[in-house]
Ligand binder design. Structure first.
Ligand code: NCD
Length: 300
């Protein structure tokens, strides 16, 4: 199938399209656009819990004038009546649904939907694999501070192994030739992550004075069988504490995709830090998702 453009991971967009998305998002932030998705039916299908991404997609679709159906997984025939996700996708397409936004705990699920759906699929997070719209809003947020990313140092701290956010963000940062430093213990940041433009650092203290941006990650407890490290040890080594905050350079920004856990990856004082960009990330998310929807549905 796959006759229409989908966004499964950032590689689906050329560098020019990434720029196009950022330009559109900036325009949408400036002026609320006309209803560019009037008559376009969007189904939001979230098999995993979500506060930010779900609300953000809903608002983006509403602001573009789309018709929206939020389909709860427990309502799906595939849940109890044996229908395959392929047949669900065929059914939705036959009804005229043009866009499916999907989140699932299994890597590759969004791609599977895209293979059998005659419409656009947007991956809102599949397992530990990818979360492209989060990466786009993160990149957009960083680019707002540092329009030239080449040579900038971006540290991503914590459970990189299970973070679809980190996986997509790293691939985006490489496209912009930033220096990526992945920070965490081997169990969260395996040495195999080292590649061109990406290095691994075991000590958070070692990057505080050189990072331009620090992206903190939540420990994905739900994806571990056994936690490899106690909370106390994690906090001791990787929590962004007041003492660590004081070592950052003046222009260093701190980000988090949310949900963040106070007392784990950050101390409360981070929320008052001048460079804390969480609210901006969330705000940018709506404009970025509007831009992605607009590009996929209406073209360049
Ligand atoms: C993340 C996710 O679900 O991948 N959150 C988000 O979408 N903003 C990160 C997380 O759950 O820790």
């Amino acid at each position: 199938m796959q006759t229409r453009r989908s966004l499964i991971d950032l590689d689906d967009f050329s560098s020019q399209e990434l720029q196009d998305i950022f330009t559109r998002a900036a325009a949408f932030e400036e002026h609320r656009p006309e209803r560019r998705l009037t008559g376009t039916a969007c189904v939001n299908l979230f098999f995993e819990q979500s506060t930010r991404t779900f609300t953000s997609f809903n608002l983006a679709e509403l602001r573009l004038g789309a018709d929206i159906v939020n389909l709860r997984p427990s309502d799906l025939s595939s849940a109890t009546k044996g229908e395959s996700i392929e047949d669900t996708a065929l059914t939705l397409a036959a009804m005229g649904v043009a866009v499916i936004v999907v989140r699932h705990s299994r890597n590759g699920f969004a791609e599977e939907v895209a293979q059998s759906f005659d419409g656009h699929v947007i991956n809102a997070g599949d397992g530990t694999h990818a979360h492209p719209t989060q990466a786009l809003l993160d990149l957009y947020t960083i680019l707002r501070e540092f329009p030239e990313l080449q040579g900038r140092t971006i540290a991503i701290v914590g459970d990189v192994l299970h973070s679809r956010v980190a996986h997509s963000l790293v691939s985006g940062l490489k496209r912009f030739e930033a220096n990526v430093v992945l920070v965490g213990p081997e169990a969260f940041v395996p040495s195999e992550y080292v590649s061109d433009g990406v290095r691994v650092e075991r000590s958070l203290d070692a990057v505080l004075e050189t990072a331009d941006a620090i992206a903190l990650l939540r420990i994905q407890r739900e994806r571990f069988d056994v936690m490899p490290m106690s909370d106390a040890e994690y906090v001791e080594r990787y929590c962004l504490s007041e003492a660590r905050l004081k070592k950052l350079r003046e222009r260093t920004i701190v980000m988090h995709p949310g949900p963040y856990n106070r007392g784990m990856e950050l101390e409360e004082c981070v929320l008052d830090y001048a460079g804390w960009r969480y609210a901006k990330q969330v705000m940018h998310g709506v404009a970025i998702r509007m831009a992605v929807l607009d590009l996929l549905v209406n073209g360049a």
